[in-house]
Write a protein of this length. Structure first.
Length: 511
């Protein structure tokens, strides 16, 4: 039985030692080089006395950063990714939360690291990778390791402004990657185009299957996601055939007419998730690339990435939603209304059980106990489930359908409204490219941000034909580009701040 994710690499390096594993525009690492470097890094961490503890990695998205991650794993410790894109205050909170004794960085980021409120040891990747491998020490660490040992701590946003560190483990990642690979038909010929930052769990869909199969991952420069034509050209130059991206990265390509100039030539697998795919944009992808397999994935970081999948093998009508389908094997999805199971067709909170559940939040027992709770359907023995805060239902075929976040259900003018329903209708209007709604509670107004060619008055006229009066947005902002979070999701907090600033400026002008 496999107990450690490093077993993927150890088998692969025997088969294809000289094949490129991870690459960007500066570096190409073979599996043998990668293996040698991470064993050197792991050996030095062990020699320095670091054991089963968090190790911070402060490096930009690169093959070398991945060496940092897996070098930490070789040492029996667990990695905590940081990045220059993160706000400094967030990094400070992560340092405070983990109480880590060591940071691994590279020469490029050394100055930034020295400016942080960190009094532990700083180790340079360039020096670590040249250290001597100590096979005896590495083997000793492995013999005592368990599959439930922590593998990483990935920090997600917290509702109080304090980031929460999700503790993933080897067993959860092994089960996840094996199931994901079977569902998406990954193999040695897969060439991944990585979109997600390395400090988000979404990157696991590229990184770990690469090690499992001896595939190749290209780490795409994040700035290319602002230039859709150049992005598709990059996919073609590197013959990338597999992408697992957030929806907004895909819609940026289709919504701005990119397919009229250039089309991905090598794609065979497109997996998407994290947001609802606007039907019009999905159909455009499907129509343009009929030979490609499209798969909708759903799942939270707290359940080791993705928990459900649906092969979207057809075009959808405008009143449909692409299902999230069915859970991976060895995973169960419960739909709960309070402590009871929702009946067929009824909405309920999506709850997850299985080996995919992470260990909870690092150093935060209170938040862990709020989200990871006893299964209310099982009164007989301890059994944890994770309450996602997402609302879902099962359609007539028994397929799971994502409805909304609990947070995105509002009560407005006496009506319960899904903000996602408003967004979906906006996106059906000709001339609209992207759209996002927020609901500032102190104002009780539906605020719509959108990009496209329609003026506000024209859009309102269209929406009055599609939506009841109480669902018509009260405030509209036509902007050049919707703000996104570092992992490519709609940045609703930035939109709320934009709206609040707009209100303040408006008040000043009227005084």
């Amino acid at each position: 039985m496999q107990r450690n994710v490093l077993e993927y690499l150890e088998e692969t390096v025997k088969r294809v030692p000289d094949k490129i594993a991870f690459a960007n525009d500066k570096t190409q690492l073979t599996f043998q080089q990668f293996s040698d470097d991470i064993r050197a890094i792991g050996s030095e961490l062990i020699r320095k006395g670091y054991q089963k503890e968090p190790v911070l990695i402060y490096m930009n998205k690169s093959p070398e950063a991945l060496e940092g991650f897996f070098g930490v794993i070789e040492s029996g410790c667990f990695y905590v990714p940081l990045d220059e894109e993160m706000p400094k205050r967030r990094i400070e909170l992560i340092i405070e939360n983990t109480k880590a004794r060591v940071i691994v960085c590279d020469q490029e980021n050394l100055k930034r690291v020295k400016e942080l409120p960190f009094d532990g040891e700083i180790m340079l990747h360039e020096e670590l990778a040249k250290k001597r491998e100590d096979k005896e020490k590495l083997d000793k660490v492995r013999r005592t390791a368990l599959d439930t040992d922590p593998l990483y701590v990935l920090f997600t946003s917290g509702s109080t402004g304090m980031p929460k560190g999700v503790v993933g483990h080897h067993r959860g990642v092994i089960d996840y990657i094996d199931q994901l690979s079977a569902v998406l038909d990954f193999d040695e010929e897969s060439v991944f185009g990585n979109q997600a930052p390395l400090y988000f769990d979404a990157c696991m869909k590229d990184i770990y299957p690469t090690l499992k199969f001896g595939a190749t991952t290209w780490l795409i420069p994040h700035e290319l996601f602002l230039f859709p034509v150049r992005l598709v050209e990059y996919l073609n130059v590197h013959k990338i055939n597999t992408i697992c991206w957030v929806v907004s990265a895909l819609t940026m390509i289709s919504a701005f007419g990119t397919f009229k100039e250039v089309v991905p030539e090598y794609l065979r697998t497109v997996a998407f998730g994290s947001e609802v795919f606007p039907i019009r944009q999905f159909n455009l992808w499907k129509r343009t690339l009929p030979q490609v397999r499209f798969t909708n994935l759903y799942g939270p970081t707290e359940a080791t990435g993705m928990s459900c999948y649906y092969h979207a093998d057809r075009e959808f009508s405008e009143n449909e939603v692409i299902p999230i389908g069915q859970p991976f094997e060895n995973t169960e999805i419960l739909l709960l209304k309070g402590d009871l199971e929702a009946v067929q067709g009824e909405e309920g909170e999506i709850c997850i059980r299985g080996t995919c559940l992470t260990h909870g939040y690092y150093g935060n027992q209170e938040k862990t106990k709020e989200a990871f709770v006893q299964n209310p359907l099982n009164p007989y023995y301890p059994e944890l489930i994770y309450r996602t805060g997402d609302i879902g239902k099962r359609n007539a075929k028994g397929e799971l359908v994502f409805v909304s976040r609990k947070d995105y259900q509002i009560k407005h003018m006496g009506h319960r409204i899904e903000l996602g329903e408003i967004e979906a209708n906006v996106l059906l209007v000709d001339g609209i490219q992207t759209a996002c709604c927020i609901y500032p509670k102190e104002d009780e107004k539906i605020v719509l941000f959108y990009t496209g060619t329609l003026k506000k008055a024209e859009l309102l006229t269209e929406l009055k034909q599609r939506l009841p009066r109480y669902m018509i947005p009260n405030v509209l902002f036509l902007i050049e580009q919707l703000p996104l979070t570092p992992n490519g999701k709609m940045n609703r907090k930035a939109m709320e701040q934009f709206y609040m600033d707009h209100k303040k400026n408006k008040r000043r002008r009227t005084k």
